[in-house]
Every structure is written in C-alpha cells, then in structure tokens.
Ligand binder design. Structure first.
Ligand code: HEC
Length: 303
C-alpha cells in the first residue's frame, strides 16, 4: 500500500472517530440541557399548582367551614383542595400542551386519580422511604417520554379522615357524588398517593438527536473535502516527485539520460532529495568522464 493511501486511511479513521465523539457529546449535552429545562419548567408549574392548593387550604377552606355548618353538605369546588387543584389544572391544560399534572392515588375518590402501574411504583417508593420528600426521573407514558417530579401525599392530619375515613361518617353529599366504595378507610400516616407533574421531553430529545446528526454529517462532509485536498497535495508535492526521482535514480544507475537535470528550486525535503540525486548524476557523469552538451552553469558550479 502506498504512503498516500496509508496516510489517508489513518487520517480518515481518526477524523471519523473524532466526528463520532463530537456528535455523541453534542447529543448528550443537548439532552442534559433539555432535561434541565424540563426540570425547571416542571418545578415552576408544580410550585404554582401547589401554592394554589395551599392558598385554598390556608385561607379559603376555614372561611367556607365557617359558612357551611351542615356536616352533610359537600360542594367539591368549594370544599376539597384536591378537587380545586384538579379543576384548575384542567383549565390550564386546555391552553398549554406538553405538561400533565396528576394526583395519583392508590385508591381514589375521583376515578381519574387512580395511579397507573408506574405511579404505583413511585408511591411504593414513598411508602418504603418515609423520609423521602420528592422523587424525579424519566418515564414513558403512551409512547411519549416525560421528565417527572413526584411529591408524596401522606395523611398527616386527623381531619383528612372526616372525608377519607369511614365512608358512613363522610359528608352525605360526598357519598352521593363519589360513592362509598373507593377513597375511604385511609389511616393516619398512610402514604396514599403522589402529586405528579410530567413535562414532555420527546420533542427536545428528538431535536438533540437531529442536531447531533447534523454535526456528524457536516463533520463527514468536511472530512471528505479534507481527504480530497490531502490526496491532491500528496500527489503533487510528494508522491509524484518521489516517483519521478526514483525513475531518475534508476536511469542514473544504468547510465541513462545522464544529461537530464533533476535540480529542484523547492526548499522542502523533496527538493533536498532531488538536488542530492542531481549531484549523484553529475558525479556519475564526472566518473564516466562525460560532458553534456547543454551542461548548465549550475552543474559546473556543483562540479
Ligand atoms: C371535606 C372532605 C375532604 C377532606 C377533609 C379531605 N378530602 Fe381529600 N378529597 C375529598 C374529595 C371529595 C376528593 C375528590 C376530589 C376530586 O373530585 O378530584 C378528594 C381527593 C383527595 C385526593 C386525590 C385522590 C382522590 O381521592 O380522588 C387525595 C390524595 C386527598 N384527597 C388527600 C386528602 C388529604 C391528605 C386530606 C387532609 C389533609 C384530605 N384529602 C382531606 C374530600 C376531602
């Protein structure tokens, strides 16, 4: 294999590896950025939803309890923090895509709050880790990838059990709306569910992949142009002259074309080699006591 082919193969393999590494690094960095972005958006939305719930529980619920003294009355929009958060979020979701909020619960009053298999695992994590304040990660739902953050829902106050304890003692109107089969018999300190926020990352990950592929193909394009340039350069400046000089050396060795100068004005290594071979030609001429009709001044100087 010629020097030019060897050189091109080495350069190609190294450049290909470098291009792959750059493409992969770009993909991982874009993924990281997309995740960090999803995380901060999720945290902002979560804080806002939870702040709405806290506002309701702290300021509105006590006033409603003062106004509604009949223990059997129950109006979800006015009396349940969880109903208020769910309904507020449903309105938000109408104008904003790419997010989901769910009060995933093992055994809920409101059927849509029922935790799916993945959410059950997260709730189980909070059951096994009573000290855990939150959990986050990546999850797949319906073929779409999401970043999620989950907060545990624990029964820390007795009054929760007024509505979630014995179904017979729950407000009569609540029994009428939600039935008496689900969402009851919870116990104090039970971890009953998890508040979940989901931020879609499918699109951001696809974009990360696209930009990594773009970088890779641009790299390959540059690599091809570089290889063609190196090929032409090697051909003109190294391989071609070496072949010609070796032909000259061969001719000198058999005493042929001894009057054809191989002198080069080039200052690089090939020029040095050419001039050495030319010197050899002149010396052989001298040894054979031959003179060339067109012997130039240079030759005479070298002699
Ligand atoms: C006045 C009755 C009442 C009280 C008190 C109450 N809840 Fe609820 N809770 C409800 C109702 C009704 C729902 C269903 C909301 C809806 O329609 O989305 C609900 C929903 C929930 C849910 C969502 C799952 C489900 O059952 O649909 C959780 C979790 C929850 N409550 C936890 C609590 C906790 C914790 C407390 C105490 C801090 C509490 N609740 C106090 C009535 C109550």
């Amino acid at each position: 294999m010629g020097i030019r082919a060897k050189f091109i193969i080495i350069i190609s393999v190294l450049s290909l590896l470098a291009t792959l590494a750059i493409g992969y690094t770009s993909y991982m960095l874009s993924r990281q950025t997309a995740l960090a972005d999803a995380k901060s958006k999720g945290a902002m939305l979560f804080n806002y939803v939870e702040a709405g719930g806290t506002f309701f529980a702290k300021y509105q619920k006590p006033k409603i309890d003062e106004l509604v003294t009949d223990k059997d009355r129950f109006i979800p929009e006015l009396m349940s923090k969880f109903a208020v958060k769910r309904m507020q979020y449903d309105l938000f979701a109408k104008t904003q895509e790419g997010y989901q909020f769910k009060q995933a619960t093992i055994d809920p009053l409101w059927p849509d709050n029922k935790a799916d298999a993945e959410e059950l695992k997260i709730i189980q994590y909070f059951v096994s880790n009573p000290g855990a304040k939150n959990k986050e990660g990546i999850i797949e739902r319906g073929g779409e990838k999401f970043f999620y953050e989950a907060l545990p829902v624990r029964i820390e106050k007795d009054y929760c059990l007024e509505c979630h304890g014995d179904p017979d003692t729950a407000p009569k109107e609540q029994q009428d709306i939600y039935g008496v089969d689900h969402g009851y018999n919870w116990k104090l300190n039970d971890t009953v569910g998890a508040s979940m926020i989901y931020v879609s990352i499918t699109q951001a990950f696809a974009m990360a992949q696209q930009s990594a592929l773009k970088i890779f193909f641009i790299g390959i394009g540059c690599l091809l142009v570089t290889i063609v340039c190196i090929w032409i350069f090697l051909d003109r400046a190294v391989v071609g002259p070496i072949i010609r000089l070796s032909e000259t050396a061969k001719n000198i060795s058999i005493g042929k074309n001894l009057c054809d100068s191989a002198h080069s004005e080039t200052k690089d290594e090939i020029g040095v080699l050419a001039n050495s071979i030319d010197r050899l030609r002149i010396s052989v001429n001298k040894l054979l006591k031959r003179t060339c009709p067109n012997q130039n001044q240079d030759d005479q100087k070298k002699e």
